[in-house]
Design a protein around this ligand. Structure first.
Ligand code: ADP
Ligand code: MG
Length: 278
């Protein structure tokens, strides 16, 4: 974690404004070339987060430092209550931290004013929820374009087209969520998260409400987004086979990152999970 600490020192030394090095995430670049030399799309440094007061205090994140390299697909695993959702929410600016820094590219989001944070969440970060969170009265197309509509921006037609093609739902864009299967709805939600070309997407158990076939479709879509479009994704999952399709697995326990696996396979992830439980 030398790089994170060096960056953290530089950032805290320089205050908020300093633009250092290349901007992370700018389109992803050449995906899948295996070189982690680019600036991270996001990183956390010494993040702590507690909930509650007095005797009911829960330390959801306990001094977490981690980088998410641009163009990489990371899985986050760990027992229920280990802090996975808190990590995602803090990293995406959906929740505040007690201490530490959270960078999206070169921006420490813990120092942003409310308006700037709202804008950053809208333009530079995507989030996918377990429960899809689509607007039931809007078509799939309208749902996908909603974040851009709110921002008053038009989609990049080529980008929109490639994302829609990749969902496999090009012929269902006029359907409302209720007319789509769970797996299709979640692919719409993923496309919605991707349409603004965010630097990073956080997905909290995106396949948790899906049967294994639908889950595999969503996972295939996410994997392809990383491989074909250089998307950076961090995904919480309980499923070893889902984790086995990512580039890297982080294991959380009691609010700490306790292990990490590169180039995981379902078998190795399962073994590691058993070792923790044992
Ligand atoms: N809004 C909240 N208020 C109080 N406690 C919370 C809140 N959110 C999470 N926690 C607690 O923080 C810990 C981590 O929760 P969470 O990040 O949701 O874990 P996970 O996603 O790994 O199941 C748990 O003990 C949980 O009960
Ligand atoms: Mg959770």
């Amino acid at each position: 974690m030398f790089r994170t600490q060096a960056r953290h020192a530089a950032a805290t030394g320089e205050g908020t404004g300093g633009a250092r090095g290349a901007t992370a995430g700018g389109g992803g670049g050449a995906a899948g070339d295996g070189t982690p030399s680019r600036a991270p799309a996001a990183y956390l440094s010494g993040v702590t987060k507690t909930y509650g007061l007095g005797e009911t205090t829960v330390q959801a994140l306990d001094d977490v430092s981690v980088e998410f390299a641009a163009g990489e697909f990371t899985a986050v695993m760990g027992p229920s209550g280990s802090g996975k959702s808190t990590l995602m929410h803090c990293a995406a600016g959906l929740d505040t931290v007690d201490s530490g820094g959270v960078w999206i590219g070169e921006t420490d989001i813990t120092r942003l004013k409310d308006n700037d944070l709202t804008e950053l969440r809208r333009d530079r970060v995507g989030f996918v929820f377990q429960s899809f969170n689509l607007v039931t009265t809007l078509s799939a197309r309208e749902n996908i374009l909603l974040p851009l509509d709110i921002a008053g921006r038009r989609p990049d037609p080529q980008w929109f087209e490639s994302v829609v093609q990749a969902t496999g739902l090009a012929d269902r864009l006029g359907h409302r969520p209720a007319q789509l299967s769970g797996g299709q709805q979640q692919r719409v939600a993923c496309a919605r998260a991707m349409v603004s070309r965010p630097e990073i997407i956080f997905a909290d158990e995106p396949t948790g409400n899906l049967d294994s076939l639908s889950g595999a479709e969503v996972l295939g879509f996410l994997r392809e987004s990383v491989d074909q479009r250089g998307q950076t994704i961090v995904m919480v999952t309980h499923d070893p086979s889902a984790a086995g399709r990512t580039d890297r697995v982080l294991f959380l326990a009691d609010g700490r990152i306790v292990d990490e696996m590169r180039e995981p396979t379902a078998e190795r992830v399962l073994e590691r999970m058993k070792a923790f439980e044992g």
